[in-house]
Ligand binder design. Structure first.
Ligand code: CA
Length: 229
């Protein structure tokens, strides 16, 4: 499960080590050394998960977690706190501030990756058969139908899966490689530009009702499904 992970850690050596291990495991890593930098990155695009150091210069990890939990847009981002503290009381404070999990330094890369996987699995939107609806665009996995304000929209199977993925993972940037992972599954023989072809088809199918605007190109990075322009 490849994810966009925001790593907030002010100690360069630890930041480097964690980023290296996450990248090796196939994750895409964004880095910040301060609360301010972290919040700017989150404002730009929602990560799938945040690794948050407790002790940061200026605002603490706890402050950041509270801020993210208080905002509708960022409320659901999974957070794992990183800390040198192992005190039980601190752990409680960390979890109460909104962290999903807690990991005490020093930790092994293997332990960290396992925790990330567990949190992602727990917090990832379920790939259930629930119908999803955004601005009058409705997708029903059971009947395999897409409608806009009640009018049917004809989509190919790949475009359908792509739209379903976008609608259940809105407001974050997905690279072509991540879309291949999530929508195509085993993509060893699929080229990244295939994604662009299907995005074009999907947009064109949604054009009549102007829902094509929901699928945004993020230059140099990939695509994002968003109701914000
Ligand atoms: Ca620190």
């Amino acid at each position: 499960m490849a994810a966009n992970i925001l790593l907030v850690e002010d100690e360069p050596a630890i930041q480097e080590l964690i980023a290296f291990n996450l990248t090796q495991a196939g994750h895409h890593v964004l880095r910040a050394s301060t609360a301010e930098a972290a919040l700017t990155l989150v404002k730009n695009a929602l990560p799938d998960l945040i690794l948050l150091d407790w002790m940061l210069p200026g605002a603490s990890g706890i402050d950041i977690a509270k801020k993210l939990r208080a905002d509708e847009r960022t409320r659901a981002i999974p957070i794992i706190m990183l800390t040198a503290r192992s005190d039980e009381q601190d752990k409680i404070v960390g979890l109460e501030s909104g962290a999903d999990d807690y990991i005490t330094k020093p930790f092994s890369p293997r332990e960290l990756l396992a925790r990330i996987k567990a949190v992602l699995r727990r917090r990832a939107p379920q790939m259930t058969d629930d119908a999803v609806e955004v601005q009058g665009l409705r997708l029903d996995p059971i009947t395999h139908r897409v409608t806009s304000l009640g009018q049917p929209i004809d989509l190919g199977p790949t475009e359908f899966r792509l739209l379903h993925f976008f609608m259940t993972h809105p407001e974050r940037v997905h690279s072509r490689s991540q879309l291949l992972d999530q929508v195509w599954g085993d993509h060893v023989f699929v080229e990244e530009r295939t994604v662009d072809v299907h995005i074009r088809r999907l947009r064109s199918a949604l054009e009549a009702t102007r829902h094509d605007d929901l699928i945004q190109t993020v230059r140099g990075t990939g695509y994002r499904f968003s109701t914000q322009q």
